[in-house]
Design a protein around this ligand. Structure first.
Ligand SMILES: N[C@@H](CCC(=O)N[C@@H](CS)C(=O)NCC(=O)O)C(=O)O
Length: 203
């Protein structure tokens, strides 16, 4: 049984969504997302930098969501939701997985972190604007990539769509980008997937 330590809308949703797509059993543990709890020794033993998510599977504990996705696909995926390793398609699959977390989720997360670090209107609007601009650039890149495509790699839905789709959800909530026609249509298709609907039932 895969244990998923979860906060609604956060990256832990990626893992629930993936388990649903693969029809894998899992157990959700809600996490207190307060700064106090995340700084506690109890949570730091789970995640050394006080973030979410955490996955536990038997003796294994992971605290990076991309590594969790790789692990689940390699251990339980039986070739599903990713192109065969060593192919060009797999290289592009990895590119979009990394793009979603390293390039797109970063400015989105920094908007949230900045507002949290400087509450009560003391945040710096120019910092937020800069990060929103970076998130918008990612949305523009996705919009142009998705022109004429159903999913980010073409006709086949892959786990890259889970990473991109969940980051897009965070962006729509926290940086309110313009999506463009192709990206808007993609977000609608994402929203119709039964596994996504289950993973977002708590938001
Ligand atoms: N690269 C990490 C990022 C984890 C992350 O930033 N999680 C957010 C929630 S989605 C969080 O815990 N933010 C609190 C903070 O950064 O203080 C991953 O993919 O797991």
């Amino acid at each position: 049984m895969i244990d998923i330590y979860h906060v609604p809308i956060s990256r832990s949703m990626r893992i629930i969504w993936l388990c649903e797509e693969l029809d894998l059993p899992y157990h959700v543990h809600p996490v207190d997302f307060s700064a106090q709890y995340r700084a506690s020794p109890e949570w730091r033993r789970m995640n050394p930098v006080g973030k979410v998510p955490v996955l536990v599977d038997g003796e294994l504990k992971l605290f990076e969501s991309g590594a969790m996705i790789d692990y689940i696909l390699e251990r339980y995926g039986a070739g599903r939701l990713m192109p065969p390793p060593g192919t060009d398609a797999h290289a592009l699959y990895r590119q979009w997985c990394w793009f979603a977390e390293a390039t797109f989720a970063r400015p989105v997360g920094e908007v949230v972190n900045h507002r949290r670090a400087f509450p009560d209107g003391t945040h710096h609007d120019e910092v937020i604007d800069e990060m929103r601009g970076r998130a918008q650039m990612c949305c523009d890149a996705l919009d142009s990539e998705l022109e004429g495509k159903t999913w980010i790699l073409g006709e086949a839905f892959t786990a890259a769509d889970i990473l991109v789709g969940q980051t897009l959800l965070m962006a729509t909530r926290f940086t309110r980008p313009n999506l463009g026609a192709a990206l808007g249509g993609y977000f609608e298709r994402i929203g119709q997937r039964p596994a996504y609907i289950k993973a977002t039932a708590d938001i």
